[in-house]
Design a protein around this ligand. Structure first.
Ligand SMILES: [Zn+2]
Length: 237
């Protein structure tokens, strides 16, 4: 009998140890601006597919026209497509009508390429104005900024990119990256490997918002989707 209870106790300890070693699951969104970028996009998509990670790509119309195969592949592999303007101009200089024309052209380019109707948009540099936000609202677009900026676009910062992603990662984080260099692709792959081991799951921005119970209202501006705030609201109700 004593041996039976000892075995039971031992099993309980083992189960608790196993539970403790499973990291708490967290969710984050990797986002890639300024693409698609041809072969570099293919390498990034290969790296994401190998790791079962999904991401969101904010694309420019002129690049979608240059790389239709990669744009279609982004959609086919379950990633999300958002708009990043027509030609990467500073949108603050645009009137509402100009912003409407610009975003519509980008939306049509994506739609003609892969049949996707974009719901998200990120202005170049994250820079916008009331006119740009009004245009986005009229087109049913939500503005997605970020909560982690590793400065991967700047070659002088390359030594610090991975560290910034790992330090900035949090449940509900939106991580800003760019499809501009092999270094960004390598950092993204390494960050996914390290963060998956820490319990992170990489999902699209729309999935991250849905998981946090956040409605992506047209014209709304979002930087992150923290599930803790949702839990707090539910407790107060
Ligand atoms: Zn950009």
């Amino acid at each position: 009998m004593k041996r039976f209870f000892a075995a039971l106790l031992c099993a309980g300890v083992l189960i608790r140890a196993a539970q403790a070693s499973v990291p708490h699951q967290k969710y984050a969104a990797l986002t890639f601006d300024d693409g698609p970028s041809g072969a570099l996009t293919d390498r990034l998509l290969d790296a994401l597919a190998a790791r079962g990670a999904r991401a969101t790509f904010f694309v420019c119309a002129y690049r979608v026209r240059s790389y239709p195969a990669q744009t279609a592949r982004i959609a086919e592999e379950g990633h999300e497509l958002g708009l990043h303007s027509c030609c990467h101009d500073d949108m603050r200089a645009m009137t509402k009508e100009q912003a409407l024309d610009d975003l519509t052209e980008c939306m049509v380019a994506v739609s003609e390429c892969c049949g996707v109707r974009a719901r998200l948009f990120r202005p170049p540099g994250g820079l916008s104005s009331d006119a740009v936000r009004a245009a986005a609202e009229e087109l049913g677009l939500s503005m997605i900024l970020w909560s982690v900026d590793p400065l991967d676009w700047d070659p002088r910062e390359h030594g610090r990119v991975l560290g910034r992603i790992l330090e900035g990662a949090a449940d509900g984080a939106v991580i800003l990256m760019h499809e501009l260099s092999e270094h960004s692709v390598q950092c993204a792959a390494e960050a996914v490997d390290r963060l998956q081991k820490a319990g992170y799951v990489f999902v699209t921005v729309s999935e991250l918002a849905a998981r946090a119970g956040t409605e992506l209202l047209p014209g709304g501006v979002f930087r992150a989707f923290c599930p803790a705030a949702v839990d707090e609201r539910r407790r107060l109700q």
